[in-house]
Design a protein around this ligand. Structure first.
Ligand code: PLP
Length: 394
């Protein structure tokens, strides 16, 4: 796979849609589609076979792992395990925790980072970064044994960034580890395990412009190496004896990647990661922030629509905004936006029920949750204006 970046590598495929639901699934970019098309003629089994197809496929699969390790700032010894998505990655980590691990999680999380954890201590989503750090400090100092603090990098409801670096410091000061749900962070902001001081990071390819069904768990190898395989079967086993239970499990990422892996998912995700590493991410982020400011300013003029926030209006965020609609059903509004204006947004509770319930307050009109607008590469000011005009018309 070539790592050369053409100006079109991060171009979104599929013009003519006002798609403002990137937080659910982002469109495919050229780099991902090109990588898949380039590999298809030699597509074959991974780690299973000696023929040229198998050799090429195995090489590309392992190369994809290396590219993603670079993209995520992995440290020597860190592992990159391919999964189906973020939910799968966090469930894998939950099953790999040493026995007796306590997990600490804020209740503002997406269900993928709220539900998998055994022995979970749930903290109320704080009102500020400082409160988040204090709450984590207070919880962690009283815990013994292995502890994992797990937190989102950016909220899928409000788009607000969470103080990952600060929480990592607190966690490590108390001998705990930290996992970062980067499903909504990685598409917008560079994520580096080394720079954040995080122990694990999870993400989804389909939110990162590579919608071919792959996700990733990256981070410290020791717990993963010591854990039972996530999926028992071929690929995860190094030796199987004649008696039941006589199995030696594979070491390294293969231990948790039982079955034939998703080659095209891995390769397309790596192609996007490579393109993003080469791109001017500061410029991409600056452009996204301009779009965000334009959107938020326009939304303030929409009667009966109030932006929701955990940390306050001035907090740093990515291209995601959710609105509480006074007395209007967000699903009905989303349906009309689609049917009458050809605009795709999302309505509901976004798999973050506790947080959305809280942010919706007691407003009767918010029983159906919120209306979410999210965007990224390829979004234009015109897209935002079309949404604002449609909302004004409604
Ligand atoms: N975490 C966050 C913050 C998300 O926004 C999502 C999906 O929207 C997930 C986890 C779960 O991602 P997936 O559905 O790809 O497993």
């Amino acid at each position: 796979m070539s790592l050369a970046v053409h100006t079109s590598d991060l171009d979104v495929i599929g013009a003519g849609f006002v798609h403002l639901d990137y937080a659910a699934t982002a469109p495919c970019v050229r780099a991902a589609a090109d990588a898949v098309n380039a590999l298809l003629p030699s597509y074959g089994s991974v780690h299973r076979g000696t023929g040229p197809r198998s050799q090429t496929s195995t090489l590309e699969y392992e190369r994809a792992r290396d590219v993603i390790a670079d993209f995520l700032g992995c440290r020597p010894g860190d592992q990159v395990v391919f999964t189906r998505n973020t939910t799968d990655a966090l469930n894998l980590l939950a099953r790999a925790l040493p026995p007796g691990t306590t997990t600490v999680v804020f209740d503002g999380e997406h269900h993928a980072n709220l539900l998998p954890w055994p022995n979970a201590l749930r903290l109320r989503a704080p009102a500020s970064w400082a409160e988040a750090v204090t709450a984590a400090e207070r919880a962690l100092r009283d815990l013994d044994g292995p502890v994992l603090l797990t937190v989102t990098g950016a909220s899928n409801v409000t788009g607000e960034l969470w103080p990952v670096r600060e929480l990592a410091e607190v966690a490590h000061r108390h001998g705990a580890r930290i996992a970062v749900d980067a499903a909504q962070l990685a598409p917008h902001v560079p994520v580096s395990l080394a720079e954040l001081g995080a122990d694990y990071v999870a993400l989804s390819g389909h939110k990162l412009y590579a919608p071919f069904g792959a996700g990733v768990l990256a981070g410290r190898a020791d717990w993963l190496d010591a854990a039972p395989p996530y999926l028992a079967g071929g690929g995860a086993s190094a030796h199987v004896g004649d008696r039941a239970g006589d199995v030696r499990w594979a070491a390294g990422p293969a231990r948790h990647e039982g079955g034939t892996p998703n080659l095209l998912g891995a390769v397309s995700l790596a192609a996007v990661c490579a393109a993003l590493v080469e791109a001017d991410r500061a410029a991409l982020r600056a452009h996204e922030q301009e779009l965000l400011a334009h959107l938020r300013e326009g939304l303030r003029r929409v009667p009966g629509a109030a932006e929701v926030s955990v940390f306050g209006t001035g907090s740093e965020r990515v291209g995601i905004v959710s609105l509480a609609l006074d007395g209007r059903d967000p699903s009905a509004v989303a349906t009309r936006l689609a049917d009458e204006f050809g605009i795709g947004v999302r309505a509901g509770k976004f798999c973050a029920h506790p947080l959305v319930r809280r942010l919706s307050g007691d407003s009767a009109g918010c029983a159906g949750g919120l209306l979410r607008v999210s965007f990224g590469l390829g979004t234009t000011f015109e897209d935002i204006d079309r949404l604002l005009e449609a909302l004004a018309a409604l």
